[in-house]
Design a protein around this ligand. Structure first.
Ligand SMILES: [Ca+2]
Ligand SMILES: [Ca+2]
Ligand SMILES: [Ca+2]
Ligand SMILES: [Ca+2]
Length: 260
């Protein structure tokens, strides 16, 4: 009887020791793995938190012709506003459309702008952002870093249909010598660089190949994204964006585009 009592207590004691030991090992390894997984990427992991901004990108019901004209097919898109909130007379009003198909991510901008201004006709010109223009910024991997990494792409398109396209690098440097395979087209309604009359505005269409984005498009797929626009009013040009990124090449605060 005594013998059996001792072995029962020993068994209970052994189980308790094993349990504590396992729990201790579990805690220790957990403490070690979390920071080491994150330490190489600034602000890594933000991509997993629920984004503040989301846009649904519907599938294009038919082909989009990239000619600057917002055709009927675009009416299938979920749209959003990116109006200028600057305290100026007649600030620009901006409406953004997105669609996708097997080959391209499509983005269109419809801009109401009373004074049309544009000068840069050279690709990748440093001053292109000073013209009336739009920007689309992508973080395809959604690693949501503060650095502009090799997956990250920005397309600036000015009112003349000229482009400044940059891609990031593993060191976080933006490289304007990188050239996109995307198609761009702009049309405007008004008189360019003439402030003596009032203009109507301009519209922009972009088709970005999925091969450039590096993703296979399918419903539920997501990208980190930001949209921006710029208005040149004489010397008083200014820019604004969807996500409040400063600089705009800051994927850590980007919203999410989800393919439907
Ligand atoms: Ca079109
Ligand atoms: Ca303008
Ligand atoms: Ca990225
Ligand atoms: Ca370029």
């Amino acid at each position: 009887m005594a013998c059996s009592k001792v072995s029962k207590s020993s068994l209970i004691l052994l189980s308790l020791i094993s349990f504590c030991l396992l729990a201790f090992i579990g805690c220790t390894s957990g403490k070690e793995s979390t920071p080491s997984a994150k330490q190489n990427l600034p602000n890594a992991g933000s991509g997993t938190k629920k984004p503040d901004r989301e846009i649904i990108c519907r599938k294009a019901p038919s082909a989009i012709e990239v000619d600057g004209i917002i055709e009927n097919t675009w009416q299938a898109a979920e749209t959003m506003r990116l109006d200028d909130s600057a305290d100026i007379p007649d600030p620009n009003r901006v409406k953004i459309y997105t669609l996708w198909d097997e080959n391209y991510l499509y983005v269109a901008y419809e801009v109401t702008d009373r004074y049309l201004v544009g000068f840069q006709t050279e690709r990748d010109h440093k001053a292109l952002y000073k013209d009336d223009m739009i920007e689309v910024l992508l973080d395809p991997r959604r690693d949501a870093t503060d650095l502009w990494l090799e997956d990250d792409i920005v397309y600036h398109v000015n009112i003349l249909g000229q482009v400044k396209d940059d891609r990031g690098s593993p060191e976080g440097r933006s490289d304007a010598t990188w050239q996109s395979d995307a198609s761009f087209a702009v049309i405007y309604d008004g008189t360019l660089n003439d402030s003596t009359d009032l203009d109507q505005g301009f519209s922009v269409e972009l088709a970005v190949p999925w091969s450039e984005i590096g993703k296979k498009p399918m419903p539920g797929e997501t990208l980190g994204i930001n949209f921006a626009a710029g208005d040149a009013e004489g010397a008083d040009e200014h820019l604004w964006d969807w996500c409040g990124a400063r600089p705009f090449r800051q994927p850590s605060v980007y919203g999410v585009l989800e393919l439907e």
